[in-house]
Design a protein around this ligand. Sequence first.
Ligand code: PLP
Length: 377
Amino acid sequence: MAARIPTLDLVKNYSEVKDEMLEAIRSVLESQSFIMGPEVRLFEEECESYLEGVSAVGCASGTDALLLALMALDVGEGDEVITTPYSFFATASSIVRLGAVPVFVDVDPKTYNIDLEKAVSAITPRTKAFIPVHLFGQMAPLEECIVEFERRGATIVEDAAQAFGATRIADGRIMRAGAMGRIGCFSFFPTKNLGAYGDGGMIVTTDEKIAGRLRRLRVHGADSTYFHDEVGLNSRLDTLQAAVLRVKLRHLEEWNEQRRVVAGRYYALFAENGLMGEVTIPFELQGNRHIYHQYVVRVKNRDELQKHLDREGITSRVYYPLPLHLQRCFSFLGKKPGDFPESELLSRETLALPVFPELAMEDQARVVGAIKEFYMK
Ligand SMILES: *Cc1c(COP(=O)(O)O)cnc(C)c1O
């Protein structure tokens, strides 16, 4: 029996960078400077030059990045924040955690990103922020709505947790995920396309005042140690994680490009095998450089297919089985099945297939072969 194909192979990834990584970690261990050591600022600087025109503030996780971003905007009770119901939980929990109301807007059935026209229609005088998610590694075309949101006094906070390095060409300019709106949030959870060896996150902003506030909020709201101007969080980016991320950032372009190669091979394999009717492959919007943090297809009989793949030694995942508006903890919002039909349909039909830079062509052929066997039997 051939080896099991995982959705992501971090062991293989580690073996590629092992020497650099051990050296980076050793240097932190020798300094014994674990909290806000020099690597944190160095990594922030490297992100600033990678993303161009932003200030970067490291923090403890992607969830905290969202929470800190909304705190820096004084989002609280009585405020509304527009977002998508088809995302990871943290996108909406950060809003609810601060006493504000998430106003869900359904997604575009092709890209699975929030429908921007509907998002603009959802603006009210109480809208304080808008959190679009660049889902699975593909950017939402925010240039279509930035002006309107800003004009109506709502700040755009991009949830770019799945899209470090994704770009978009629009209006003759290159836009980078996280650096299009006023604030962008990243996660370095180990399985993200830029993943640490533990938790980590980052907020980037084009607004220096907000950057200063974020730097204070991540250290208990203190401007200088033991003098607190406001109540913040304990949410720093760990120095060891910053050292790990500095090594990985050097390889990110190459890894993202390789993810695109893997996606291109899936496309060819599905086409050659006559599966384009059964399998809806990811749709890359004009101008986008999708970095395929996830390679998510849309199929009928999804759960049966997943079981079949599992029996064939192929791991796949469902992102996300229950849209956010139907989560029990948000039942107080009074949403019900049918309110966001596109998201609800996606939660029944999407399946994330193995995708990672090191994924071999033969393994992809096995994945597609197993899918063919399922639909053609
Ligand atoms: C991973 C993720 C987060 C949260 O990041 P953590 O680092 O796990 O806290 C937020 N939003 C989206 C879309 C994510 O995928």
